[in-house]
Design a protein around this ligand. Structure first.
Ligand SMILES: CC(C)(COP(=O)(O)OP(=O)(O)OC[C@H]1O[C@@H](n2cnc3c(N)ncnc32)[C@H](O)[C@@H]1OP(=O)(O)O)[C@@H](O)C(=O)NCCC(=O)NCCS
Length: 152
């Protein structure tokens, strides 16, 4: 996790400092918030960690935002699509949510594609919404409602 989060390809789209501090991953794991919110993604056969996915509920509104990354060497193998589908299912089934949503940068088509493949709907763009590593970036909004999930 330390190695991957330190990479600019990952850090440029996550809400983590870059350069990533030494021991940043170990400290984050040691202080990880509530159980059932942050999940490691590992390969079934080897148990190698290849990414992680988080779900952050807002209880009053019965919605949650998700965020995720996959190790660069494992991109394009369908791992994140599988993980996003699983966490949407978890959000509706286990957490009783009404809505699961995510946002991704306008120049991150792989992430947008993952969200669409997992059944989310593109809901709009917040133009130049963030300033990250020296440049402004659009934020694309995606979401899925409980009523839509049941239809799948
Ligand atoms: C985005 C990310 C999570 C995708 O993970 P992944 O396991 O490679 O995703 P999948 O293999 O399930 O699907 C990727 C899809 O994006 C597509 N894709 C990849 N690069 C693309 C590009 N430049 N333009 C358009 N589509 C692209 C792939 O072809 C695939 O779609 P397909 O199955 O229709 O062919 C991974 O690239 C990553 O960790 N990126 C850095 C961190 C990040 O962006 N996190 C999300 C923040 S919102």
């Amino acid at each position: 996790m330390q190695r991957e989060i330190s990479r600019v390809e990952i850090a440029r789209v996550l809400r983590v400092p870059h350069p990533y501090p030494e021991n940043g991953a170990a400290e984050w794991i040691a202080t990880a918030a509530e159980p059932g919110r942050d999940f490691a993604i590992e390969l079934r056969e080897t148990r190698e960690l290849v990414g992680s996915i988080a779900i952050n509920p807002h209880e009053q509104h019965r919605r949650a935002e998700i965020g995720y990354w996959v190790a660069v060497a494992h991109w394009g193998r369908g791992y994140m699509t599988e993980a996003v589908r699983a966490i949407i299912d978890y959000g509706f089934r286990e957490l009783g949510l009404n809505r699961v949503h995510a946002e991704c940068h306008g120049d991150n088509p792989a992430s947008a594609r993952v969200l669409e493949k997992a059944g989310m709907t593109y809901e709009g763009t917040l133009r130049q919404h963030s300033f990250r590593l020296g440049r402004f970036a659009d934020k694309l909004q995606f979401g899925i409602l409980r009523s839509e999930w049941r239809e799948e």
